[in-house]
Design a binder for this molecule. Structure first.
Ligand code: ATP
Ligand code: MG
Length: 418
């Protein structure tokens, strides 16, 4: 038997209503904030991700699905959505548009990670990218959109943590200080962090291992190295969030794994998620468009993991599906008449089904019950000959006879009342 790939999940019909609710809610909130959908490819040339995400990040170091194309070009399944969105922004000269470009995407991402609850190799993200302004209000829009979207889904115990990564120059002033602090604690750090100390010391602050956290408890904070501009940008973001009644917590250890972030960085977590507690994260990446060969364009965005959101979604939030009609047709005249009734109902906009393996009334009613159909149309040879059918309310068991031609109108008005 051929099985699916480890860490790559099927989403079965039982689960898709939850997914649809999450995706429709995401689309609704994106539209309210003026973001338009972009659909970017699932794979790109490897250098796009290597250059934009950064060589010393987890993603590029060990998580990418990379393979040679037939001509030898190295290709990679997208591990995130920002790089492709920025490439498309540049390639289609979107900076020339006088309107600020605001995009959202929903779709699968691919990372070679150790699969566990909330961590998959194919997972799904909803993300937004807001290009063209350095105004702190844009940061707030992006954070508020994420917060309102998650709150609309009534996800439990959300916390918004926020930090400022400063400008490139601010970080350049801070990094030597951090590095020498980390050197002084090196014997308490995990192997990974010892390596990061050389390649990407900021990320030591992000390590989840308790002993590393303890060793860096009193590390010097980037926030004390912010320039006046960066400090003012951060203060504006925080005071606007407060004005919008979005609760935030300053987390001076919050750094993003990706190289391209500057100024605002944020993450939303939930205590209901266990070890993989991040629901979504994002920040400002003013240098990325230029880094990838485009015109200097500030930008801010987030990405959020849909698996983790779906996991937390309470089932009572699912909208009830509209009632469906079961057509129980049997007999040599009843069956073809039933096929016509099914067609007429569907054309009228009524969900109608049957089970063609069944040939008795009793069997049909059992299937109608199993399928959760609210009504059944009973149609045997006698009914077909008289041009009528018996309608059965599957809950009250009340039955009445109706002419075949009236069925679509009858059900349409019944269903509207639900
Ligand atoms: P983590 O710390 O959980 O590894 P990350 O920093 O790698 O997260 P981002 O690249 O910021 O994650 O992606 C944004 C969101 O996408 C995460 O907050 C999470 O909800 C989700 N996500 C990331 N990786 C996975 C994965 N392998 N499986 C499921 N969801 C994921
Ligand atoms: Mg990760």
């Amino acid at each position: 038997m051929i099985k699916g790939i480890k860490g790559v999940k099927d989403i079965l019909p039982d689960e898709t209503p939850r997914w649809r609710l999450v995706e429709e809610t995401a689309r609704r909130w994106a539209a309210r904030y003026g973001f338009h959908e972009i659909r970017i490819p699932i794979f790109e040339v490897t250098t796009l991700f290597a250059r934009s995400i950064g060589a010393t990040t987890d993603i590029v170091e060990k998580e990418m699905y990379t393979f040679p194309d037939r001509d030898g070009t190295s290709l990679t399944l997208r591990p995130e959505g920002t790089a492709g969105t920025v490439r498309a922004f540049i390639e289609h000269n979107r900076a020339a548009d006088p309107l600020a470009q605001k995009y959202f995407y929903i779709g699968p991402m691919f990372r070679h990670e150790r699969p566990q609850a909330g961590r998959l190799r194919q997972f799904h993200q909803f993300g937004v990218e807001y290009f063209g302004t350095q105004d702190a209000t844009a940061d707030v829009d992006v954070i508020a959109l994420l917060w309102r979207f998650l709150s609309d889904l009534a996800l439990p115990d959300l916390t918004l943590e926020i930090n400022s990564l400063g400008s490139t120059a601010d970080r350049a002033a801070y990094l030597p200080v951090l590095r020498s602090f980390l050197q002084s604690r090196v014997e308490h750090l995990c192997d990974n962090c010892r390596r990061r100390l050389e390649t990407n010391p900021l990320r030591v602050l992000d390590c989840k291992i308790p002993s590393c956290r303890a060793a860096t408890e009193d590390a010097p904070q980037l926030i004390s190295y912010l320039s006046a501009e960066a400090k003012s940008h951060f203060d504006q973001v925080l005071s606007m969030l407060t004005a919008l009644a979005i609760p935030w917590r300053h987390n001076p250890r919050l750094v993003r794994g990706l190289d391209y972030y500057c100024l605002t960085a944020f993450e939303i977590t939930s205590s209901h998620l266990g070890a993989q507690n991040a629901v979504g994260a994002g920040g400002r990446y003013d240098g990325l468009v230029e880094l990838l060969g485009g015109p200097s364009t500030p930008a801010v965005g987030f990405a959020t993991g849909l698996e983790r959101i779906v996991m937390m979604l309470a089932t009572d939030r699912l909208p009830a599906s509209s009632p469906s009609v079961y057509v129980a047709a049997f007999g040599s005249a009843g069956k073809p008449a039933g096929a016509q009734v099914l067609d007429a109902l569907r054309l009228a906009g009524v969900a109608a089904q049957s089970d063609y393996r069944v040939s008795t009334l009793k069997g049909h009613l059992r299937q109608a019950d199993r399928a959760g159909c609210r009504f059944a149309v009973l149609l045997g040879d006698d009914e077909a000959r008289s041009g009528s059918a018996v309608i059965r309310d599957m809950e009250s068991k009340v039955q009445e006879s109706i002419s075949l031609g009236d069925l679509p109108r009858y059900f349409l008005s019944l269903i509207k009342g639900f």
